[in-house]
Design a protein around this ligand. Structure first.
Ligand code: GMT
Length: 379
């Protein structure tokens, strides 16, 4: 099948999932065309069946805002015609589902029918999409998709609660290639980060307010008061500076390493002992899954889709949003005893197995078949 994938190319779960999906589909013989404004960060190798088409929006003095949706939908029309694309798969509703719908209509006017699958990722529903500025367009483009998928049951429930959606939503969880996170690889450079007796605690995100980065510092501060430890904060975003400031005020700056963005997070996770994800909202928590696959137990909040990923008492623990005391007690209960830590590490890895690419990819392929059926039956 020839599939056009539209996504955000940056560091962020939705772009990462879309990219990994495209790569995995190409390995199964499909021809994949990524369409976005920059080459996706995790897309390193292009080949005959993985191509990237850049959407560019030339500046014009009249435009206060660049009309990206227009450029994207025009690009989609051109790529569909040029490569005889069978199906559009758009990740993140805003503005991709809307641009995809416009492209479909333009193609239809020329007698070309291309079904569209829309995957909802989280903030396109729970934070941004729900705003009255966008809501009518988001509702419309979800309803006009041939198949809609969400990355967790929780996100499906939120979508049905917040939007007037009359389409069925298929839950297709996020996935990873578990074999890529095997922390037995030989170049795991733990000693570059910490002393052998120190525990390594990690957080990876775009450091936006929704991730509650200050809670991470608070939890770490309580941990480091009890045992030697280092905190690795991977990613970049608006909370980085305030987090650095809080570390300075608490006198723990020498124990906290700010990494910036990294596309080799498996090399960081390989030496991590615990992963913290105290988010306010999280439709799935791909970073938690990546940690678990690396054998890193997770202390997360119980918000959104996190309980579907992080099994309480098995792959780690869940706490209420903002309850830094509970999170630090649970973190210490895992970290303090080497046997408990080893048990949680292997349980985390086992829990991650059910989200392996091998199990989830066929679910996406089934949604593509369903999209053809729905489109031809006018559903
Ligand atoms: O969490 C982020 O800040 C990035 C965001 C995105 O749009 O890429 O992530 C969302 O999609 C990911 C992939 O499906 C999910 O794992 C994240 O939980 C979700 N983020 C939120 O719901 C806040």
């Amino acid at each position: 099948m020839k599939i056009a994938i539209v996504c955000y190319p940056t560091f962020g779960g939705s772009g990462v999932v879309a990219t990994e999906l495209g790569i995995a589909l190409a390995e199964r013989g499909h021809e994949i065309h990524f369409i976005t404004y920059k080459q996706p960060v995790r897309l390193e190798l292009l080949s005959w069946n993985i191509q990237f088409h850049e959407v560019s929006v030339p500046p014009y003095p009249l435009f206060k805002y660049q009309p990206y949706e227009l450029a994207l939908s025009s690009k989609l029309v051109n790529i569909v015609k040029r490569y005889k694309i069978d199906l559009l798969h758009v990740h993140y509703a805003i503005p991709h589902a809307y641009a995809g719908y416009m492209a479909k209509q333009m193609l239809k006017a020329e007698g070309i029918h291309v079904p569209m699958v829309t995957t909802l990722h989280g903030t396109d529903i729970t934070l941004v999409g729900n705003h009255p500025f966008y809501k009518p367009a988001v509702t419309f483009s979800i309803n006009e998709s041939d198949v809609v998928t969400s990355v967790s049951q929780s996100l499906k429930d939120d979508t049905l609660r917040l939007f007037d959606v009359h389409r069925d939503i298929q839950v297709v969880p996020n996935f990873i290639d578990v074999s890529k996170y095997n922390n037995t690889f030989t170049d795991c450079q733990r000693d570059m980060m910490a002393e052998p007796h120190e525990r390594i605690i990690t957080h990876i995100s775009n450091l936006r307010p929704v991730k509650r980065v200050m809670d991470i510092i608070e939890v770490f501060d309580r941990i480091v008061a009890e045992m030697p430890a280092k905190l690795l904060l991977v990613g970049d975003g608006p909370e980085k500076k305030p987090a650095e400031e809080l570390c300075r005020r608490k006198g723990i700056s020498d124990k906290v390493i700010f990494f910036g963005n990294s596309s080799e997070i498996n090399k960081i996770l390989c030496f991590s002992d615990l992963f913290l994800l105290p988010s306010e909202k999280e439709s799935f928590g791909l970073a938690a899954l990546e940690a678990m696959a690396s054998g890193v137990p997770v202390i997360s909040t119980n918000t959104g889709g996190l309980p579907e990923v992080n099994e309480d008492g098995v792959s780690g623990y869940l706490s209420n949003v903002g309850d830094v005391r509970d999170m630090s007690i649970k973190a210490l209960s895992i970290l303090k005893d080497p046997e408990t830590l080893a048990t949680f590490k292997s349980q985390a890895r086992r829990s991650a197995q059910k989200f392996d690419t091998k199990s989830i990819l066929p679910l996406y392929e089934a949604t593509y078949e369903l999209a053809f059926e729905n489109a031809s039956n006018g559903i």
